[in-house]
Design a protein around this ligand. Structure first.
Ligand SMILES: Cc1cc2nc3c(=O)[nH]c(=O)nc-3n(C[C@H](O)[C@H](O)[C@H](O)COP(=O)(O)OP(=O)(O)OC[C@H]3O[C@@H](n4cnc5c(N)ncnc54)[C@H](O)[C@@H]3O)c2cc1C
Length: 400
């Protein structure tokens, strides 16, 4: 039987990982990207075991171990004096518990190793999707260079401003969450005097938080500085930021934060957008994944991890439904929607918890961090990191 041909739109982390998974499941895959070179922002990304286990299965174990940093622990600290509020092991303990490591990457390294696994030359660059059409026998993607492509199914992995979603369900602008993030990378020699451990450190305080961790095999310290802002006036959702503006936001916080901010050459500023869960993820021969259908605030460090899970689940559902597209897409939505929605909601809740002003609620939060764990209860962590998207998809298919 001729394999199904999948058109994947968007070669970000979600789309490229999905393209690998779909090919592994036996499909022919064409991967389209609007930019002329696969791009990722100059920043870090955390990849938890629920995603790293899938990427290892795609043959990326050695490449990931070479490119990434394996953090020792996650530590929460108080904004003013740096008091440790809670700490949890991430290194061997987490790897033993969940069978796969927790990693920190430079985004460019992660996208490069995914691109290599799919085949860099096979990614069709400079192809911006403008429209999709489907009928009984297939789906056609139209691109702004006047070309088109025909396949059996199409996966919209084109991010938070998804054109695929817009073509199917109409325009719906994301909501500005009232929070902005500065991000940057400090060369490690400029922060060496701080003697920072290989932890991911999250400073929490009134109206903001500040996260830092090492990336790029330890060559850079990555930071994400989130604060509240009433408006975001520019049309673009990311912009070059001023280091002195970022330093000003953290006046009164522990001096280590200003030291890290002042160690970078440039910083970028993001508006953080949020959406309620979308009701529809598929239509006919078209399915959405990643930020295209469940964009989330980054406070669980799970947006890319969930996109990677989506691709694995989609491929497994197609395989186990004997490539019957409607049944596979039904199974995909049944599996993925509750899980992604839960992570979206937990991410949103963290923005309240991380930004509490000092007072009785903050004291209670600190008690929870010290006693129950900094990433939620053990059960919640098991649900998140212990999950195997491929294995779960295989189980679902066996049910009538
Ligand atoms: C500050 C911050 C920190 C974060 N930290 C983490 C973290 O630590 N861990 C984690 O798991 N997640 C994290 N995330 C979330 C994560 O970055 C996203 O969820 C993830 O990148 C989404 O991947 P995606 O492939 O769905 O979309 P995207 O990364 O947006 O990729 C979409 C791709 O589609 C292309 N495209 C768009 N439109 C078209 C078109 N019309 N035609 C063709 N191509 C198109 C784009 O150019 C892009 O390459 C963070 C996010 C932010 C903002």
């Amino acid at each position: 039987m001729k394999p199904l041909h999948a058109l994947v739109i968007g070669a970000g982390i979600g789309g490229t990982a999905a393209a690998i998974a779909l090919r592994r499941a036996g499909l022919d895959v064409s991967l389209f990207e609007q930019t002329m070179a696969q791009r990722e922002v100059g920043a870090g990304i955390q990849i938890s075991p629920n995603a790293s286990r899938l990427l290892r299965r795609y043959g990326l174990a050695d490449a990931m171990a070479r490119a990434a940093v394996r953090p020792a622990a996650v530590v929460f600290r108080r904004w003013q004096d740096g008091r440790v509020l809670g700490r949890e092991e991430l290194g061997d303990v987490l790897e033993d518990r969940y069978g796969s490591p927790y990693y920190h990457f430079h985004r460019a390294d992660l996208i490069a190793l995914l691109a290599d696994a799919f085949g860099r030359k096979e990614i069709k660059l400079g192809r911006r999707l403008i429209n999709v059409e489907q009928d009984d026998s297939g789906v056609t993607a139209h691109f702004d260079d006047g070309t088109s492509a025909r396949g059996d199914l199409l996966i919209g992995a084109d991010g938070i401003h998804s054109r695929v979603r817009e073509c199917l369900f109409g325009e719906e602008k994301p909501r500005f969450s009232g929070q902005i993030a500065y991000r940057g990378l400090a060369p490690v020699e400029r922060v060496a005097h701080l003697g920072l451990p290989l932890d991911v450190t999250n400073w929490v305080g009134p109206g903001g938080h500040f996260v830092h961790y090492f990336v790029a095999a330890g060559r850079f310290l990555n930071f994400v500085a989130v604060s509240e802002a009433a408006t975001w006036t520019r049309e673009q959702w990311s912009d070059r930021g001023s280091i002195s503006d970022a330093v000003k936001i953290y006046e009164g916080w522990h001096p280590q934060i200003a030291t890290i901010l002042n160690a970078v050459d440039e910083t970028f500023k993001w508006a953080l957008f949020d959406r309620n869960p979308f009701p529809e993820w598929t239509q006919g021969r078209i399915a959405l994944l990643g930020d295209a259908c469940h964009p989330m605030l980054p406070f669980m460090a799970q947006g890319a991890a969930q996109a990677i899970e989506d691709g694995a689940a989609l491929a497994a559902c197609l395989k186990h439904a004997a490539f019957d597209i409607p049944s596979a897409f039904r199974a995909y939505v049944t599996l993925r929607k509750p899980r992604a929605t839960e992570v979206q909601e937990r991410s949103r809740a963290n923005s309240i918890s991380f930004h509490m002003p000092d007072g009785p609620q903050q004291v209670e939060r600190d008690h929870v961090l010290a006693t129950r764990g900094v990433r939620g209860s053990p059960e919640a962590m098991n649900r998140l990191y212990g999950y195997d998207a491929e294995a779960v998809a295989a189980t679902l298919e066996e049910k009538p």
